[in-house]
Design a protein around this ligand. Structure first.
Ligand code: ATP
Ligand code: MG
Length: 346
């Protein structure tokens, strides 16, 4: 049976990239009966690898992320939500995995490479940051996860994890399970770009539409979105490639939204053709996108506000999940240590 595990870094509230890249899949998976366990981890220890000098940011965002989970519909009856740093067994796994990975292998990781460029560590890269893919391998394998619903920026981490699993098993005997990434159904959602149209939407880059954004903020962000700079008059032909509004419509605008908010077109194909031909203004497509997103986000926003009034309940869930995860972690660590022949007094 499947064991499902994913996590998010508490570096900010969750955004539309999380929603389409991973959360939607988690919701779909939690409601099937084909898995043994499903875990969602708040990766605070990982967040500290590049935010070690800002502990308050990480601490405050733990609760924001859990609020987002519950507001989206992650069901704590089905899913164990836990805090990474409260599971010290993860650190033990990581320590031994570090022996199975070379420095050059870590430096080759394309996601880490581009993050290093963005973060401007000024050549003094914290060792912890460079090693976070190894700690991610520990997160996945300690819980025996087989299925990891993620966006495609995480594929190098899954690959790294499976390399560690194979190496571990070949040296210490069959102990760990390989895993696979579960990507979104819609290829356009593999890596949702930010509203700047340059990079992937990312908490660290300030180019996000957050699930918690109010209507006004959402409207302003959509109105600011990058379209086609040469589409100046309504009648000019417009480009849909690298036009952020169309990139988002590709991900979010199903046919039913057209009958509701933009009746003159039946579906996205029709709208695209009309825009390319000329005659459709940017404000019109932006208003449509706003309506679509607002319809998706309104129930999430409402539920989030209700939950904010009841933080005791939120922390209770988190504590219960963390306790549960700890029990599994302790049990699995014993097997791990036995395989490594470091179980001295048994
Ligand atoms: P940070 O900037 O701190 O790295 P982030 O916005 O990249 O934050 P993470 O917590 O690193 O968010 O990612 C959590 C999960 O969400 C991962 O599975 C990741 O693949 C997915 N994800 C994040 N951003 C996007 C995106 N823009 N499109 C699709 N999936 C995404
Ligand atoms: Mg990230």
């Amino acid at each position: 049976m499947k064991v499902i595990l994913t996590g998010d870094r508490p570096t900010g509230k969750l955004h539309l990239g999380h929603y389409v890249g991973s959360l939607r899949k988690r919701l779909e998976m939690q409601d099937k009966d084909d898995y043994e366990k499903m875990y969602v981890m708040v990766a605070d220890a990982q967040a500290l690898t590049d935010n070690f000098d800002n502990p308050k940011k990480v601490r405050d965002n733990v609760k924001e992320i859990v609020l987002d989970y519950l507001a989206c519909g992650i069901n704590p009856e089905k899913v164990t939500i836990f805090i990474q740093s409260m599971i010290p067994e993860l650190t033990e796994y990581t320590f031994y995995y570090l022996n199975l990975v070379t420095l050059s292998r870590l430096e080759r990781n394309p996601t880490v490479k581009s993050e290093l460029q963005q973060k401007d560590f000024n050549k003094s890269i914290p060792v912890g940051f460079l090693c976070y893919p190894v700690s991610q391998a520990a997160d996945i394998t300690l819980f025996g996860a087989t299925d990891v619903p993620v966006g495609d920026d995480q594929l190098p981490m899954i690959e790294q994890t499976n390399e560690i699993v194979r190496k571990f098993n070949s040296i210490y005997g069959e102990t760990l399970t390989e895993c696979k990434a579960i990507l979104p159904d819609n290829e356009k959602a593999f890596r949702l770009p930010g509203i700047d149209g340059k990079n992937k939407m990312s908490k660290s880059l300030g180019n996000c539409i957050y699930l918690a954004d109010d209507e006004k903020t959402l409207y302003e962000k959509v109105m600011k979105m990058y379209t086609d700079p040469n589409h100046i008059n309504i009648n000019d032909p417009g480009k849909i490639e690298s036009n952020m509004v169309f990139t988002y419509l590709d991900v979010f605008a199903t046919d039913e939204y057209f009958s509701k908010y933009l009746e003159e077109f039946k579906n996205l194909d029709e709208l695209k053709k009309a825009y390319q031909k000329g005659g459709v203004g940017d404000v019109k497509i932006k208003k449509f996108l706003y309506n679509v997103l607002n319809e998706i986000l309104t129930p999430i926003r409402k539920r989030r506000q209700e939950l904010e009034e009841n933080m005791d309940y939120v922390y209770e869930i988190l504590q219960k999940g963390t306790n549960e995860a700890r029990v599994v972690a302790k049990k699995n660590l014993e097997k791990f240590k036995k395989a490594m022949q470091i179980d001295y007094f048994n």
